[in-house]
Ligand binder design. Sequence first.
Ligand SMILES: [Zn+2]
Length: 307
Amino acid sequence: MQGEQPKPNVLLEDEALRDGLQIESQIFSIDQKIELFSLLKNAGVRRIQVGSFVHPKIVPQMAATDELIRELSKQENTVISALILNDKGLERALACGVPHVSMSVSVSNTHSLKNARRSAADALGGMVDLIKHARSRGLEVRAGLQSAFGCVYEGPIAESAVLEAADKMVSAGITEINLADSTGMADPYMIRSLVSQVSRRYPEVRISLHLHDTRGLGLANMFSGYEAGVRIFDVCVGGLGGCPFIKGAAGNVPTEDAVHMFESMGIATGIDLNRVISAVDFLENALQRSLPGRMKRVVSAQQVCNR
Ligand SMILES: [Zn+2]
């Protein structure tokens, strides 16, 4: 349309290799992870969270994150990111040369005690120290708040609690704040309200959203976030994922469905839909089950019709 302003692009960070795979009992080899990474990168995904630095006994799927990052070392146009939880993880991240790290704690005390075995206040204090350590070592840090839109154990989470925690993280030097709807309890109005407050409070900090699609509101929440000014969204190819501490949790918004939504509205993601679907194929073959994303079925059906 003539005179129409170009719409701002979005960055989709695929987390299937971390948030998706971490609850799978089938352990993926380094080669399988590299293949999935390559499929995502070749589809145009520009930031990929490839794993976490946790104790291998706690999350065996993430045991070889260091080795994976070393193997992937030279990547152009795609930022490799990893999740760290403590100083030991930070040292491992620095040793293998990952350029971007994420951290996250829960705003809900009960969720924090179950997931991290620490109170929310204690976990936040630990993360603030960790942010400072990582910044002093030259890393770009994204830090997030889980259950920022509600908790299955505690119910609604006050926006003031989120903002109080965010103040401490921002003062410690983060460049991006990740608001996570770990439980899928957010709705589009809640997203708009919290994002507006966070962006007014810290205009210099980028906001990203991590939206689990547990109640089917993932895309609606994503669009609401975009309308409120968010330009970075976490996604999981195929919609892989869940959470062992949140009953019935679904994965993040499927990458391919987010690509379809944004691209159909003229908002560039840089990701090729057909190519990203080959990553869904790869995962479904490896796991021997269908994943919840919609667009693979749509694109496959169109290919049949076009024959
Ligand atoms: Zn998640």
